[in-house]
Write a protein that binds this ligand. Structure first.
Ligand SMILES: [Zn+2]
Length: 106
């Protein structure tokens, strides 16, 4: 049996940073470890910003339009937290997917 580790398939490189890598260092989308963690970091940050804007916007709307009484303000706060959490999760997924699409292998 041929040793696959010694078998060179030609120049394999990361689809994102374009640095030459060996096959085991790349995932199925031809991204290296560094690019993957970098994309996750960017996606997480984008998610927090988008979630924060959504949460703040909702909080402002509740505060200015709904004018909550002290009795229900806890419920509104839970709504704002839920909006932030959901918003950050969704935009993180969208951001990661967009980066994957932009730097897809071709
Ligand atoms: Zn890379």
């Amino acid at each position: 049996m041929a040793d696959h580790d010694d078998h060179r398939l030609g120049d394999l490189y990361c689809a994102r940073c374009r640095e030459t890598r060996s096959a085991p260092e790349l995932d199925r989308n031809l991204w290296c470890e560094f690019c993957l963690s970098e994309a996750r970091r960017i996606a997480a940050r984008t998610g927090y910003v988008a979630g924060g804007i959504l949460g703040l916007g909702l909080a402002a709307w509740i505060w200015l339009v709904q004018r909550p009484s002290d009795l229900v303000v806890g419920g509104w706060m839970a709504t704002v937290v839920a909006a932030f959490w959901l918003g950050s999760r969704i935009s993180r997924e969208i951001s990661f997917g967009a980066q994957r699409y932009k730097h897809r292998p071709r």
